[in-house]
Design a protein around this ligand. Structure first.
Ligand SMILES: [Zn+2]
Length: 310
């Protein structure tokens, strides 16, 4: 082979080599990009699953999303309902706090995952909310509302059916302005007002504007809370069991079993107890059992999922 032929062959070989290198480089690049994409996809999915498993049936709202950053709108309803096995979650809300500081202090010492419902304009309301926020406990406004019976009427900051939309709005706004640390609200009494679409509708609009949730204490079987929350797109919870309509131990033990049974079958449950000595004693004895039985006590807002059918 002459020198020219040799050079041509060398050039050809060099070209072939560089083509092979290019192909190899492109292949490697594709592999890197491809695996990055798959990992990214998996990560997004696992985050989405984590955010949506084993949670309570509540409604989605933009302001809520802004407040907590916990929900992602892009998730399909089907995905949200995907059953996942995990420990049951329970929320315990303590009503009627405000008149007694010692009870509130005991509760805060007991467990900072208890949710404290504080009546506005009571002697210790402000201090209890302050301490709750320092401890990291969730607090909600325990809003007095008109009941069918006269008892409890005349409480400061209370809402009545005879009020105009504007009066309801202003009264509620004043309460919420005074206690800005609350994450939501539930009704104190309210068997009459929670049956009324107009009055409760105004309440829900105010809560929505402020990015707050509503817990229906269900003091009336005819409450329109759930239906209205759906219409308003308000984050919404319902009380499953009242612990202490009677304060004797056997009664409370029966209600506690009902609460645990509900959490076991459905994966979550909401209990309301009251800030009374007997109830706090009872909770102090029972709370340590929760973990042993595979349940986790969470703040009420942690049960939120955005799923209206759960
Ligand atoms: Zn109450």
């Amino acid at each position: 082979m002459g020198r020219k032929g040799f050079l041509r062959k060398r050039r050809r070989r060099a070209r072939a080599l560089s083509r092979r290198r290019t192909v190899l480089l492109v292949t490697v690049l594709c592999l890197i990009l491809g695996s990055g994409f798959v990992v990214g996809l998996r990560y997004t999915q696992s985050r989405a699953n984590k955010r949506t498993t084993g949670t309570a049936g509540q409604y989605l709202d933009d302001s809520w999303q802004k407040t907590t950053g916990r929900h992602e709108k892009a998730l399909s309803p089907k995905k949200r309902r995907k059953p996942e096995t995990q420990e049951g979650r329970v929320a315990i809300v303590i009503d009627d706090l405000g008149p007694n500081l010692k009870h509130a202090e005991r509760l805060l010492d007991l467990d900072r995952h208890l949710t404290l419902a504080v009546i506005p304009w009571q002697i210790h309301s402000e201090e209890i909310l302050q301490r709750a926020s320092e401890t990291g406990a969730e607090a909600i406004l325990h809003q007095p509302m008109e009941a069918h019976h006269e008892e409890g009427s005349g409480m400061p900051g209370m809402l009545y059916l005879r009020m105009s939309d504007r009066e309801i709005r202003e009264t509620l706004a004043k309460n919420l302005d005074a206690y800005a640390v609350v994450a939501g609200m539930n009704n104190h009494m309210g068997s009459a007002l929670t049956e009324d679409e107009r009055a409760l509708g105004v309440v829900f609009q105010v809560l929505r504007e402020r990015g707050l949730y509503f817990l229906d204490s269900r003091t009336s079987a005819q409450t329109v809370g759930k239906k209205l929350a759906r219409v308003e797109g308000l984050p919404f919870f319902e009380r499953d069991v009242f612990l202490d309509n009677e304060s004797d131990h056997d009664y409370m033990a029966g209600m506690w079993d009902r609460f645990i049974g509900e959490a076991r079958t459905r994966g979550y449950a909401v209990l309301i107890a009251h800030g009374r000595t007997e109830s706090i004693d009872f909770l102090a004895a029972r709370l340590p059992e929760l973990g042993r039985d595979g349940f986790r006590l969470v703040r009420l807002s942690e049960l939120y999922s955005g799923d209206p059918d759960a």
